[in-house]
Each structure stands twice: as structure tokens, then as C-alpha cells.
Write a protein that binds this ligand. Structure first.
Ligand code: NAD
Length: 414
């Protein structure tokens, strides 16, 4: 995989969108770096009595249109570069989704597989104690890789223990029984599914006969693959970190989920051929959904991509060089800030429910998600057309930058 800085990739997009969208130079200067970055080291007493110190970050990228919100990533190789990139992606994603929120991201560099549940709980609680977020109108941490509903429940409890009052809107992605929302866990995968259908229609790909490959079979990839399979699409290849499986007639996705639960990997699925992740990306399919990690489609493999449409489930899966190569080949692409914005959109509904103390049924959540993400997609597509580029990515970023520019002007920042 390319070692390219994912934050630099984000800045490349930012600056190209700023140029094509004729965005105020003052706005562009402000957005070259986060508003503030918290660095902290969290000491944890391990079960064996020794102390381990974990590096943690919280990046407040921009709060021009609203309070900082979302994402806490825990992984062994977490870098500040990646957290900054995720911070600007959140800033853009909220604006494209019509959400009055700023962008933030946080994280802890830790290998959860080496920590007991008790150690994980102490680590996540200590993250909140060290960050001491100031509530729903200032900074609302949410989940990302390595932080599921349990971690967010600990974060909420720690926050409420500190403040002495219940405030479900202070933390996102928590379980429904603690004031979370229905449909939250599958929101991003469902969003990918919705925009994939819209883009396929726009670009003349008949889903009935289309072959689809999905890289990553986690919270995003497995939901998108299941929903596609559910409407009769042929998902021919799926992978996880260990590698992938391929069957030209289409994989039985519900059976593959059971196989993953039983064996811990998608590999060796009966009736399918094992392939590498690299093979999955370059396999001849109509639609490719990279839903694992960043920079997987890069200058080394972009020329080999055969899909007609790419829908970015992951954040930053395509580098700047690869983007240009794909465009030159006429491959259509729905960018991350639109395609995987379902989670951010439903987090907004979660916060709205927490603040109003009135909770929605799943039908309302899904119908509202559908409406918002379709608007994000069509506005980005149309903005791209209006400025004369085939890049929906650039269209989306211009769409967001126009809102940030207006907010900064009205606030008197530029
Ligand atoms: P996850 O941890 O649930 O699943 C990740 C999947 O990718 C797993 O199947 C894992 O085995 C696989 N994987 C990990 N490293 C890989 C590698 N190097 N090559 C191939 N496969 C690899 O994570 P997720 O929540 O599904 O998130 C996936 C991507 O989507 C990330 O980029 C994340 O930032 C992005 N995203 C997630 C959400 C969300 O709501 N979960 C929202 C927006 C964006």
C-alpha cells in the first residue's frame, strides 16, 4: 500500500476544489490546518500491575458552521496525519450532508487485541477524562474503527459521571437504550447502498446484471453487501484484512456472514475461490466498493482497475494520482464524503433525538437518511457539472466550501 500522507491527499482535494470553486483565499488559508489539536498521553495500569502509556489525539478541524463532532479511532498505528485527514473529511461531510456541524476526529494509538475488556474500559474512560469534552454545543465524540457501541457507552457514562447529569447528546454512536438511535450501526453501509443505486442509474449500469466487488467486510462493507444481495445484486467478490473470496455467479452473503462469524475470516468460503486484496481491486467487475482502509487505490494499481463505477465506503481509499488516472480512464466515482456520509447523517439524527428527548422509529430514521444522502449526492453531482468537471469529489468539496465560505464571511472571519 502507498505510504502517501492521507492528510496531504485531503489537502490536494481541498485546494483543487478551492481553485475550481473560486473560494475566498482567506477561507482557503484557514482550512489548510486544524483549528486546534489536543495531544495527550494516557497512562493505564494494566491487569498485570505494569503501566502502559497510550498516545491520544483530538483534532478540532473547523467549527465555522457548528460544533465539533464525531469519530474516535483506536488502532495500533494511528497517526496524527490520519486523524487530521479524518477531521477535514468530517468537516466537508457535514456540510455536504446539510448538517450544521463542524468537523472533528480523535483517536488512541493502541492494539485492542492485546488489552483485556477491563483495560479497554479504563483506556476509553481515561480518553474522556483527559479530553473533558464540553458537551453537545462544543464537541461531541463519536465512534470510528476500534470504537463500537460499548466503547461509546463507557464514554457517555464517564462524561455523565463527571458532569453529574444525563446528557445523551454529548456522545454519539451509543446504544439506543442509553439514548442512541435506531439504525445507527448500519447507517453508513445503508448510505453506500443508496448512493450506489443512484449512481448506477445515472451512469447506465443495470444493477440486475451488474457484478460488484466489496473490499472490507466490517460494519460498512458487510451491510452494503447484504443490502445489495437482498435486492438481487451479484456481489461476486468480498475481502477482509486476510484476503478475499470470489465467485462469478455471486456470493451468498448471509452464508458468508455466518462463515465469518464461525472462522474469523471470509477466506475458504465453500464454493468460492480465494483471492488477494490486490486481485479484488483489479478484478473485472462493474462496481467496486472499497470499504476497508485509505490509499488502497493508488498510482501503482489505478491503471489496472476495471470497474466502471467506484463507490467509496472507506475514507480516502483513492489517492490524488489514482483519482486522475481513474478519471482519464472514464471511471465514475462517488467520493467518501458523500458515499459514506450515512453514519454522520444518522449521528445528527441521534443528537437531535437526544436534545429533544423524543426518539424516532427505524422507518423515520431510514427515510430521513435516504432523503439527506440523496440530496448530498445530487447536489455534488450537479455542482461538478456546473463547474465543468467530471469529478463528483470536487463537486462535493465545492458544495461544502461554499457553505463554509458563507459561514466564515457572516462570522466576520474573512
Ligand atoms: P470495520 O473495522 O468494521 O471493518 C473493516 C474491514 O476492513 C474488516 O473486514 C477488515 O478485516 C478489513 N480490513 C482492515 N484492514 C484491511 C486492509 N489493509 N486491506 C483489506 N481489508 C482490510 O470498519 P468499518 O467501520 O466497516 O470502516 C471501514 C471504512 O469505512 C474505514 O475507512 C472507515 O473510516 C470508513 N467509515 C466507516 C464508518 C462507520 O460508520 N463505520 C463511517 C464512515 C466511514
Amino acid at each position: 500500500m502507498s505510504e502517501q500522507s492521507v492528510f496531504q491527499v485531503a489537502l490536494n482535494t481541498l485546494n483543487e476544489a478551492g481553485r475550481l470553486g473560486n473560494i475566498d483565499p482567506g477561507v482557503m488559508t484557514i482550512l489548510q490546518a486544524p483549528k486546534r489539536i489536543f495531544h495527550f498521553r494516557i497512562p493505564i495500569k494494566l491487569d498485570n500491575g505494569t503501566v502502559q502509556v497510550f498516545q491520544a489525539y483530538r483534532v478540532h478541524y473547523s467549527d465555522a458552521v457548528g460544533p465539533f463532532r464525531n469519530g474516535t479511532r483506536i488502532r495500533p498505528k494511528l497517526s496524527l496525519d490520519e486523524v487530521q485527514a479524518l477531521g477535514i473529511f468530517m468537516t466537508i461531510k457535514h456540510c455536504v450532508g446539510g448538517i450544521p456541524a463542524g468537523g472533528a476526529k480523535g483517536g488512541i494509538r493502541a492494539d485492542l487485541s492485546t488489552l483485556s475488556i477491563g483495560e479497554q474500559e479504563r483506556l476509553v474512560r481515561a480518553f474522556i477524562r483527559n479530553l473533558h469534552p464540553k458537551g453537545p454545543w462544543a464537541d461531541v465524540p463519536g465512534a470510528d474503527i476500534g470504537t463500537g457501541e460499548q466503547a461509546m457507552a463507557w464514554m457517555l457514562d464517564e462524561y455523565e459521571q463527571i458532569t453529574g447529569e444525563h446528557c445523551p447528546a454529548a456522545i454519539n454512536d451509543k446504544p439506543p437504550v442509553l439514548g442512541g438511535t435506531l439504525g445507527g450501526e448500519e447507517a453508513t453501509g445503508r448510505g453506500v447502498f443508496i448512493v450506489l443505486q443512484a449512481a448506477a442509474k445515472d451512469f447506465g449500469i443495470d444493477l440486475a446484471g451488474a457484478e460488484i466487488a466489496v473490499q472490507g467486510f466490517g460494519q460498512v462493507g458487510s451491510v452494503a453487501a447484504s443490502l445489495l444481495h437482498g435486492i438481487g445484486c451479484r456481489v461476486v467478490a468480498v475481502s477482509d484484512v486476510n484476503g478475499g473470496v470470489y465467485n462469478k455467479s455471486g456470493l451468498d452473503i448471509p452464508a458468508l456472514k455466518l462463515h465469518l462469524a464461525a472462522t474469523g475470516t471470509v477466506l475458504d468460503f465453500p464454493g468460492a475461490k480465494n483471492i488477494t486484496n490486490e486481485e479484488l481491486l483489479t478484478t473485472p467487475v462493474d462496481i467496486l466498493v472499497p470499504a476497508a482502509v485509505q490509499n488502497v487505490i493508488n498510482a501503482d494499481n489505478a491503471a489496472e482497475i476495471k470497474a466502471r463505477l467506484i463507490v467509496e465506503g472507506a475514507n480516502g481509499p483513492v489517492t490524488t494520482e489514482a483519482d486522475a488516472i481513474l478519471m482519464a480512464k472514464g471511471i465514475k466515482l462517488v467520493p467518501d464524503v458523500v458515499a459514506n456520509s450515512g453514519g454522520a447523517i444518522v449521528c445528527h439524527f441521534e443528537r437531535t433525538q437526544g436534545l429533544s428527548d423524543e426518539y424516532w422509529d427505524l422507518e423515520r430514521v431510514n427515510a430521513s437518511l435516504n432523503k439527506r444522502i440523496m440530496a448530498a449526492y445530487t447536489n455534488s453531482r450537479d455542482r461538478a457539472a456546473a463547474v465543468g468537471t467530471a469529478s463528483i469529489r470536487i463537486g462535493a468539496w465545492i458544495e461544502a466550501l461554499k457553505k463554509i465560505e458563507l459561514a466564515m464571511k457572516l462570522r466576520g472571519w474573512v
